[in-house]
Design a protein around this ligand. Structure first.
Ligand code: SF4
Length: 187
């Protein structure tokens, strides 16, 4: 494939395991593929913001209508997020299952670095959070500079707002607690 792509420069090779990427680079050199071309380009803000966003863009659907976030989560132990049979795709896409998926993915995108918390996350799995565990998340779109710089700007703003909100809620909570503990003056 690399040899055939020498003059077209269409291939993007990105494996979930870094050792495999190193092997691809060795092959590139052996085949005389131009060394200045990256085989797995990543946008500048990918490292910081490269968590999964499939909840806003895709659904994998079985023949019986069961809907999943992606094909990797179509496993027997994963409860489908919806089913348009007897309903509509739009209703399911905007229903509780996919909305929950977006809330959980948003929380992963906002945290830096995120950690998987089994008691908190109900529809995403460990591989959706831990680095290197999902091949889909790492492969597609990672070289798209325009997409990742827009996502990076949006997330910077959202992280800032979320910090302010948490600081405010913490301050309100502390003030309430202080109020509760402080005895009222005698009448
Ligand atoms: S991180 Fe991977 S397994 Fe999880 S929803 Fe995204 S594509 Fe699917």
């Amino acid at each position: 494939m690399l040899a055939a792509d020498r003059e077209y420069n269409l291939l993007e090779i990105s494996f979930p395991v870094e050792g495999w990427n190193a092997m691809a680079l060795e092959l590139r050199d052996e085949l005389g593929y131009p060394a200045y071309r990256s085989l797995h380009p990543a946008a500048a803000s990918f490292q910081e913001n490269g968590h999964c966003f499939f909840g806003w863009y895709s659904a994998a659907i079985r023949g019986n209508g069961e809907m999943y976030p992606c094909c990797l989560l179509m496993s027997p132990d994963y409860k489908p997020l919806g089913n348009p049979v007897g309903s509509t795709f739009a209703k399911q896409w905007n229903g509780p299952g996919f909305n929950r998926l977006r809330v959980e993915m948003r929380s992963v995108l906002l945290r830096n670095p995120p950690a998987f918390e089994p008691e908190t996350f109900k529809v995403i799995r460990k591989q959706c959070v831990e680095p290197g565990m999902c091949s889909l998340k790492k492969m597609y779109f990672r070289g798209d500079e325009e997409f990742y710089s827009r996502l990076g700007r949006a997330l910077t703003g959202a992280r800032r707002r979320s910090r302010w909100k948490n600081t405010f809620l913490h301050a309100v909570g502390t003030a309430r607690e202080r109020l509760r503990r402080t005895p009222a003056p005698p009448k």
